[in-house]
Design a protein around this ligand. Structure first.
Ligand code: FPP
Ligand code: MG
Length: 335
């Protein structure tokens, strides 16, 4: 089964989509695709069959999203916690992922035609080497595509991602690239695996479980969260429309919470910069009062220097991450 499903919506789906599209649409949807094993049990199938049906449903959902002009989708495909499942199931899921990434590599032309960029978020070192290599190839092959984005969270949990981001910043301080005082919410966001994406507007969890299970905890603080009782392999176009409708009904309050947070972040940064400058100038002038213009100039200089440091640090971080993919890529070619 391919990742890209061709095919139009039927008439009634098209009509409903056009009504939905008259309202505010989410640009980025995240899915916790839960309920594969319960679906398999219900249908007297092997557990892995349930995961395969889960993958097929993902391909179908991506087709609906394309018709609804949703440019970005993030899915929880394998959590770090999932390594604790039986060896048979873990091996089965790794095998399924390998098959699907091999398939994806065969679909180069189609991915290019639709401009699909695939990213894999998580600690790939935890995965078998051959899967890491396939992922590196798929990510490399689609990295310049920019019409739509699929982020597959694999060997991922949000707490691990946040801890890793903190470690990256500590590395930056250790290397002298940034100062400890440069650490901020905004910088941490840039160090997450998801740094290339806007935060999801809508997060959907299927199967009736009402928890986030360590998924995108940082990124969804102002997202609309919808829990649906349907098992993931049974997810339908109408379930998706229902979730989007809930997003639309809550759109105003979500938007104003986001705006408020953004304003608060800017003010907080300004206050902390002013406090740093005031302390510095007081120290320089042996406690004498400092005139407003001098203080404004110093503030501008301080923020420009910080911005330069941060850009250099982010560039170094990007190089570190790219070199991981490039090394895997080289290993694949030489083997
Ligand atoms: C949760 O259902 C689902 C998973 C842990 C795996 C999801 C994986 C896929 C849909 C395949 C995706 C593959 C690629 C390559 C993107 P569950 O196993 O927790 O089911 P349950 O809640 O009924 O026990
Ligand atoms: Mg589950």
């Amino acid at each position: 089964m391919s990742w890209i499903r061709e095919g139009e919506l039927n008439l009634i789906e098209k009509f409903s989509a056009s009504i939905l599209k008259a309202g505010p649409m989410p640009k980025h949807i995240a899915f916790i695709m839960d309920g594969n094993r319960r679906f398999a049990r219900k249908k007297n199938m092997e557990c892995l069959q349930g995961h395969m049906q889960g993958f097929n449903k993902l391909a179908e959902t991506l087709r609906w999203c394309k018709h609804l002009n949703i440019q970005e989708v993030t899915v929880y495909a394998f959590s770090i916690e999932n390594f604790k499942r039986t060896q048979d199931e873990v091996d089965g899921l790794m095998e399924l992922a390998k098959q699907k990434f091999v398939r994806l590599l065969e679909e180069q032309e189609n991915l290019e035609k639709h401009g699909v960029c695939i990213r894999v978020l998580g600690d790939l070192n935890m995965l078998p080497l051959d899967l890491q290599q396939l992922i590196a190839k798929a990510v490399g092959m689609t990295k310049s595509h920019n019409k739509c984005f699929l982020n597959v969270c694999f060997a991922y949990t949000a707490r691990y991602e946040i801890t890793n981001a903190v470690r990256e910043m500590a590395w930056g301080v250790e290397q002298g690239l940034i100062k400890a005082s440069d650490v901020s919410e905004a910088l941490l966001s840039e160090c997450l695996y998801s740094n290339n994406s806007p935060n999801p507007d809508l997060l959907i969890r299927t199967s009736g479980e009402v928890r986030l299970s360590d998924f995108l905890l940082w990124q969804t603080s102002h997202s609309c969260i919808v829990f649906q009782s349907v098992l993931w392999p049974e997810y339908s176009f109408w379930n998706l429309c229902d979730a989007i409708l809930q997003y639309q009904l809550n759109h105003k309050s979500i938007q104003s919470a986001r705006d408020l947070h953004r304003e608060h972040q800017v003010l907080q940064q300004l206050e902390s910069d002013r406090a740093c400058i005031a302390e510095y100038l007081q120290h320089q002038g042996n406690g004498k009062p400092v005139d407003a213009q001098r203080s404004q100039e110093a503030l501008q200089h301080y923020t420009a220097c910080r911005e330069e440091r941060i850009q250099d640090f982010l560039q170094a971080l990007k190089q570190k991450r790219d070199s991981y993919f490039n090394d895997l890529w080289r290993e694949t070619i030489s083997s």
